[in-house]
Ligand binder design. Structure first.
Ligand SMILES: Cc1cc2nc3c(=O)[nH]c(=O)nc-3n(C[C@H](O)[C@H](O)[C@H](O)COP(=O)(O)O)c2cc1C
Length: 161
């Protein structure tokens, strides 16, 4: 390896992404959520998506074992929600607006899109696992600008190039 971990992080950080919060309810009835920027579309037919989950996350077992989860795509007005769901060991859900979709799936309000997914497969990915989900239900806001993550900071999208 000809690079160190900070150079690797900097290189990865040059790829701008959107931000999503992955949510699920654990078997004890507790809502769980985690901010991710590793969300990606995979397949249109069948409708498949993925995200990568850190094996060290406190909610690792919840998402590893959950039959279903939701992807909540954040708008630029939801920066605080992203920070909150990226903070371990706090009450992330205090005052957060959500609906319960079929299967007791907590789905966040005011997002650009919400996707309810059935977990298909888990793949090994080094210090992360790759979770593949099949989208079973969705809603979109029909507008609004996304929250962008770039070089370890939050951004807005600018005018078209
Ligand atoms: C913008 C952003 C993107 C993130 N993307 C991921 C990700 O893709 N996968 C992941 O496991 N953690 C990601 N994290 C870190 C988790 O959100 C963070 O570790 C969180 O505290 C984990 O929650 P938990 O420990 O309560 O499960 C990201 C954090 C931020 C701020």
């Amino acid at each position: 390896m000809t690079f160190d971990s900070s150079a690797f992080r900097r290189a990865l950080g040059s790829f701008a992404t959107g931000v999503a919060v992955i949510t699920a309810r654990d078997p004890a009835g507790q809502n769980r959520g985690i901010t991710v920027n590793s969300f990606s579309s995979v397949s249109l037919d069948p409708p498949l998506i993925l995200f990568c989950l850190d094996k060290a996350a406190l909610s690792f077992d919840t998402f590893r074992l959950a039959d279903s989860f939701a992807v909540n795509v954040l708008g630029e007005h939801q920066h605080e929600l992203s920070v909150r769901f990226a903070t371990a060991a706090i009450d992330k859900w205090d005052g957060v607006g959500y609906d319960l979709w079929p299967g007791n799936l907590p789905v966040l309000h005011d997002c650009l899109a919400n996707l309810a997914c059935r977990r298909e497969t888990l793949y090994e990915g080094g210090d992360h696992v790759i979770i593949l989900g099949r989208v079973e239900r969705l809603q979109t806001a029909g507008g609004g600008d996304p929250l962008v993550y770039y070089q370890s900071g939050y951004r807005s999208i600018g005018p078209n190039v």
